[in-house]
Design a protein around this ligand. Structure first.
Ligand code: NAP
Length: 256
């Protein structure tokens, strides 16, 4: 795939107005060529100075262009993976697509809505939370064998509970189990701890990063918090400007 050339004199209207991005072009850029091959895609928005939150939430960073990519990536995935910290912080209601997105999924052989899979060790999640009660597709909770038994039983009433690992969630096993359940295309929506622990086992195939035109300052987290992960290079698949926002897509280089 060839990276877009960034030319300041570019007269593309999407450079001036984030809402002017062509949804069909965005879809084409993020389409999954081989849906059978397991693939972990991670999506984040960051400020220019590396903050993953604005006033404690990611929503203050994104704009219409970020939202278009966010919605497109959701439409394309088999399952949405998210850390319990993000569910507790951001709310996370049920996933409901537009009629057009549902029609696209059905026409492409996918169920109407992907499930959400929540990663949690402590299982400090309320079964009455909208992520469960308003879900269009029964969610998954991914945990480990030492998670509290009572919480596990309570959550089993509203979600399928996957036990992956003994004392913490084994992400490699988790991704294998998701593939076995028919979810090889995984979209991780954060947060930084989950992203970091996925990096630590070298599980991340792709990072979609929206660079928001904001100098956030403050002490918000970076998109990844995993001191144990080794640095690795990624390959730029595209850099798509939308107004002052930059939509970046990076892929893990294929093995030599
Ligand atoms: N900028 C963005 O695009 C973006 C995206 C998402 C989130 N955020 C922001 O990030 C913040 C939340 O991030 P976070 O790092 O605190 O939370 P997080 O990564 O969403 O979730 C962390 C939690 O996931 C569970 N977990 C992750 N790996 C695990 C493992 N190997 N074994 C067992 N459990 C595991 C644990 O849940 P338990 O504690 O339940 O055991 C852990 O506390 C919020 O402020 C949110 O707004 C920003």
């Amino acid at each position: 795939m060839t990276a877009a050339v960034l030319d300041p004199a570019d007269s593309d209207p999407a450079r001036l107005d984030p809402a002017a991005l062509d949804p069909a072009d965005v879809l084409r850029r993020y389409l999954i060529a081989d849906r059978q091959a397991p693939h972990l895609r991670v999506n984040f928005v960051s400020s220019l100075d590396g903050a993953a939150t604005h006033d404690g939430l990611s929503g203050g960073l994104g704009d219409a262009a970020d939202r278009l990519v966010f919605d497109t990536l959701r439409m394309l995935t088999d399952v949405i993976l998210v850390g319990a910290g993000t569910v507790r912080a951001e709310g996370y209601g049920g996933i409901r697509f537009s009629a057009e997105a549902v029609a696209w999924r059905l026409a492409n052989g996918l169920p109407e809505h992907p499930p959400v899979a929540i990663v949690s060790g402590r299982l400090d999640l309320d079964p009455a939370h909208p992520v469960f009660t308003r879900a269009a597709t029964r969610p998954l909770v991914v945990t480990h064998a030492q998670a509290p038994v009572a919480a596990r039983e309570a959550l089993a009433a509203v979600a399928d509970v996957l036990v992956c690992g003994e004392a913490s969630v084994d992400h490699t096993l988790m991704l294998r189990m998701l593939t076995e359940r028919g979810y090889p295309q995984v979209l991780c929506e954060g947060g930084p701890s989950l992203f970091g622990s996925l990096l630590a086992v070298d599980a991340v195939d792709e990072l979609c990063l929206t660079l928001a035109p904001l100098l956030e300052s403050g002490s918000g987290p970076r998109v990844s918090t995993a001191p144990e992960a080794s640095p690795r290079r990624m390959h730029l698949a595209h850099a798509l400007p939308a107004g002052d926002t930059l939509l970046l897509r990076y892929l893990k280089p294929s093995e030599p």
